[in-house]
Write a protein that binds this ligand. Structure first.
Ligand SMILES: [Zn+2]
Length: 171
């Protein structure tokens, strides 16, 4: 599952330049369905200011020549500086899809390894050695209450792990 334009708010330069002009400094407002978010764009020749949730994001523009002697504007991604037509707005920051995909993937990977480490630790507490194996039986001398609590935590971390794997999706 990857962030997509439908699931996350995005800003499309093609939309800004609808009607041929985009640097006439006429503000345009995007209204997104659902969350009630609005992004207002104040276009200028070298940068577009995007106002969202009380913050101003200044997006630098660059141009490439077209074959017919015109110029084509591009957003410069605030994160990787690459030329982009579409920027995504996720958790109050703007970046291109590739940048968000990278961050998203590493966050899921972090959650996965955290869950795996936690499960290993919990298994060791009850005498287990194989983190991928079955949950060990209650060790002699351990209170049932303690054992059940560890078992519940291990279940939760297994669930978190499975969820993380599901979110990673096909690579
Ligand atoms: Zn980027």
């Amino acid at each position: 599952m990857k962030p997509r334009c439908e699931a996350y708010e995005c800003v499309d330069l093609a939309w800004l330049s609808r009607g041929g002009k985009f640097d006439d400094q006429t503000p345009r407002t995007w209204k997104y369905s659902g969350g009630g978010l609005e992004i207002t764009a104040y276009p200028g020749p070298w940068a577009v200011e995007l106002h969202a949730e009380g913050h101003i994001h200044r997006i630098v523009l660059s141009y490439t020549e077209t074959r017919f002697g015109g110029r084509r504007p591009w957003f410069s991604c605030p994160h990787c500086q690459k030329r982009r037509r579409v920027l995504h707005y996720v958790q109050k920051s703007l970046a291109c899809r590739a940048c968000f995909d990278l961050r998203y993937t590493s966050e899921v990977e972090d959650a996965l390894s955290r869950a795996a480490r936690q499960r290993r630790r919990l298994m060791q507490k009850v005498g287990g050695s194989d983190p991928g194996g079955d949950f060990p039986l209650k060790p002699k001398g351990m209170h049932w209450k303690t054992y059940r609590a560890i078992e519940a935590k291990a279940q939760a971390s297994l669930k978190a792990f499975a969820l993380g794997v599901a979110r990673m999706g096909p690579r």
